[in-house]
Design a binder for this molecule. Sequence first.
Ligand code: GCV
Length: 832
Amino acid sequence: MAGSKTESKPGTNVDARRKMVFLAATVFAAIFVAAPIVCAQTPVVHTQTEDQAWLRDGYSHGMPPVPMQVRVLGHDPLENTAAKEIVNGVQRLWGSSPVIAKSDATEAILLGTVQQVHAAYPALKLPATLAPEGFWIAESDASEKRLVVVAGGSERGVLYGAFALVRQLATIGWSPKTTIIEAPAMPIRWVDEWDNANGTVERGYGGRSIFFEGGKVRDDLSDVATYARLLVSVGINGCNVNNVNGAAPFLNPDMIKGLARIADAMRPWGVRLAISVDIASPQKVGGLKTFDPLDPDVKAWWAAKIDEIYQQIPDFAGVTVKADSEGQPGPASYGRSPADAANVLASALAPHGGVVLYRAFVYNNHLDYNDMKADRARAAYDIFHPLDGQFAPNVIVQIKYGPIDFQAEEPVSPLFAGLHQTSEAMELQITQEYLGQQRHLVYLAPLWKEKLDFDLRAENRSTPVKEIIEGKSFDRPLGGMIGVSCVGRDGWLGAPMAMANLYAFGRLAWNSNLSAEQIAAEWTKLSISTKPEVVATVDKMLLGSWQSYVHYTGFLGTQTLTDITGSHYGPNIEASERNGWGQWHRDDPQGIGMDRSVATGTAFAGQYPPEVAKIYESAATTPDSLLLFFHHLPWTYKLQSGKTIIQHVYDIHYQGAAEAAQLGADWATLKGKIDPQLYEEERARLEYQAGHAIVWRDAIVQYFLKETGIPDALGRAGHYPGRLEAEDARLTGYKVIDITPWEDASGGKIVTCDQSAPQKNCTAEWTYVSKPGRFNIAVQYFDLRGGVAHFTLGINGTEIVSWAADATFPLTMPVILQRASLRVALMVEASS
Ligand code: GCV
């Protein structure tokens, strides 16, 4: 693919498409691209309210099916919050608010702990046991009153029950026979934010931090309270607010005071504050000579620091640690183990009931590419498995779902089966770092479900990952799920549909047995519409979107073929290879894939329990979706589908791009049936996604066509019928340049509007001399992060359409600046 480009301010490279239809006998098509107006873009300002998510105004008509009085039996702030939520929920759904009853009422929604309910209505039959965070909701006519009872195992359970009642009313409805009894599957249900004190958010695509700005906690924490409300509404009970990288400043006394304000803002919603800590803090913050975890002064320093935190934040949840990883300091500097480091923190936290989440994301990012036995995937198991049994009881090892790093497709980490005497949590990413960065619609529940449901067969028995992290498989007291969320001030995740992922995370952490379909339907009903045709369409879009993304970005277990040393966005196949980061796929003209077998490869497959290891050891039994993660195979190897690998590469990318385009077509059927603003916003995003999927498709297809020299049996790869390359046009002002990586534009060339040239506009002109006909023109170009470039498309001297390339892209994509050297690309494609 090639393109013509104009220059704007440096920023994200993105393409988008414009379409138009024209009819002419002999067509002369010219595209005029104005010189960029270099001006600051006004950021889109979203009002950060809960209306942007699933707690928005409702849709029901008629009379509320529940009593219009709410009676709270206790005085705990969480119970008061619960009562307000029910009032608020009924108001949102039916437009009228129940009143809070001060005393006994003939009919009421009754809120209280089981003990409180029992004391007030001894005749009421309540469940014999309820987990502390659990709840029971049912209707009772005991003592001739109509009571809809929300009884909690504790005050926190009452609050979860209140949200569950509202969800039930909004998505299913109410009948006197309705009974709901629930308790969370796992005790740790946290989101992690990667916010920096300066207000940026690492891998955040939703704007600046809601917590920090200018090196300190923000004055206005109203967004934090609103966020906590969203979190608790889906059962999340902890929020770690700062980046795992560079965490030392967060232990300064002034910062701790600020953190206490954040904890205050979240407390009414029952969400507890946690922070990331830098293991070198005793030295960096405390001024000690060492941060050796076994040094007595270091131990004392941590104990005092944790006490200082609890004095100000009595319900502080605990700390997260990233150490000896990607440049972060760690115990290895002193020959100590992760258990040594974790335990010193654990002993400081234990008297207060706090926990340590120690991340297993520890690996060497200076691996030798030429060493065929080197394998980053092995690192977590190699390091943590030998430590099983050495961690203090309040340590939880936090394990990313796959052995690499939040890839679009990778196997489940074998470490989940490698720790039997250690509590474990699964870390997954709500922010779509490698999965389209919220510019692409990718609903992640199917991916997470695949990992949660995966049966690792530890000890040759059933041990699905979900049961391991719930503590069931190995009888562990703790465990859970951590979702790296990275919300910001621009509509939380920067894209309304991406909120389905935050919702799904909470629901799965609460109940890992829910299906991706059930969660999608719930979210759609709560967030978009309850109309059956809308729910059916949105759910279809959501449920297929992850696999579609895999289809155009990383085939057969090659992970995500993106710019792995930079933005992690857009195609860049060689970026994964020949460096120390170990996200290799080892392609060459003969074959592709990492040999991770025990027999001939890195032996990673042998880290799984025997029954699973046996499946992955052989290419014949490895599922196609992970084939090249485990095996290096010739391009002509036949898949289980009967196709060769190379033909599969061609086919799946054309399929993936078509599926991306279908998302837009499906969305178009919702016009007039949903909120017009949401419709338009998502329509534009999906148009972009369809265009970017073509960039992905063509990059990967032409790269491997060139490398293998094996043609596409269907003749598509390398042939673009009807496409007019920008560099072949008559160019005025534009100059043709080579780009890196070459595969991101056909022929490796793009054109850029030379700002130093005297002309005001840059123009690319093509002449079409052929049969008359009706044509669609799709113009593809790369937009940039900042500035505005103006485009005009004209035919036979007449302006047909003009537009501005003014897309807003996340502010915190540092490496996008490299991409700016691509300039803006414009590609014209005409097809009959
Ligand atoms: C916070 C990936 C991301 C990093 C992130 C790291 C981690 O490598 O690209 O931005 O750092 O994971 O999980 O620690």
